[in-house]
Design a protein around this ligand. Sequence first.
Ligand code: NAI
Ligand code: MG
Length: 355
Amino acid sequence: MKNYKIAVVPGDGIGKEIVPAGWKVLKAAAQKHKFSLQSDSYPWGAGYYKEHGHFLPDDGLDILKTYDAIYFGAVGDPEVDDTLPAMLYTFKVRTTFKQYVNYRPVKLLPGIPSPLRYKGEKDIDFVVIRENNEGEFVQNGKIIHPESPYGLATDTSVFTRAGIERIAHYSFKLAQTRRKKVTNVTKSNTLINSLAYWDRVIEEVAQQYPDVTYNKMYVDNASASFVLKPEVFDVIVTTNMIGDILSDLGGAIMGSLGLGPSGNINPEKDFPSMFEPIHGSAPDIAGKNIANPIGAIWSGALMLNHLGESAAAQDIFKGIEATTQAGMLTTDLGGSAKTDQIADYVIEHMQAVSV
Ligand code: NAI
Ligand code: MG
């Protein structure tokens, strides 16, 4: 029997509720498809920082490196400086493990009315590919004399040819398996150095994929298009910060931030990839068993797909669709189902596979 070693990092807030819910679904899928998931759970995050002074121990990354994948919730705690979680955990894992692809599907699920009045399931089905290792989030800057009238702060983006080429190739290859369209969401009309170079390199790569339609759209227009005509998108390739913002908008047009899944992927598989919902630790609803676990469960399906267990991943997705279709919804979607009830319903409704 195939065995996968998974590091489970629930993190903070609702991470501690949605990750166990998702893990339960993953275990059920594994049992049904006859592979095994072996896990160790690590209590790392902002809560851990309050006690230990770091988000993960010094050998944390060495520990994580030994796993086939990482199943993650979210980090962040209202009592901890919020400039720390990304720097000390999320970005650290994403960059050290060269998880340069952030794969974020946006798809309207059955039974959930989109807040977009005129749009349905056939209109909202695309993937945001967010560059995950460079760009605006390299945290390359300084705050100088913050208290003085001459206070000054900088954050300088970094874009490299190699970094742009690899995310572009990933996006065009993905489009070849979908509706064969790539939209580069950019802002090169104002960021005339960094994003003009981004566009240029992406356009060079586009030429190598003549079967894929390529277009460029500025992010201000793209935001409006998410709302007014989401059907124009198939694969979006974009920068770290633009992708971060647009994928929350993607979650919103699906009906809730709690639905969006993501994979921080190292396509070469030199290092483990990390799977997490797109949302944060939602301290406002933590500890009540009301968080929507679908983003976490769907992220688990992305993880199984990455590990090569696509039939099990598909089953989980079918279970998610059956759940929303039946109106089993958490409060963020106007329902009253609890976090653990959603997980149980997904498990009961994963389609039987023919063996
Ligand atoms: P958030 O995504 O945690 O919450 C935004 C809103 O969406 C809240 O009203 C929350 O209740 C709701 N929401 C989010 N997930 C939900 C779910 N599964 N079910 C139902 N409702 C849900 O974003 P916010 O409030 O900006 O950040 C809270 C903390 O999370 C901060 O410390 C932030 O730094 C951290 N964060 C961590 C991330 C990560 O670890 N990758 C990503 C984003 C934020
Ligand atoms: Mg985000």
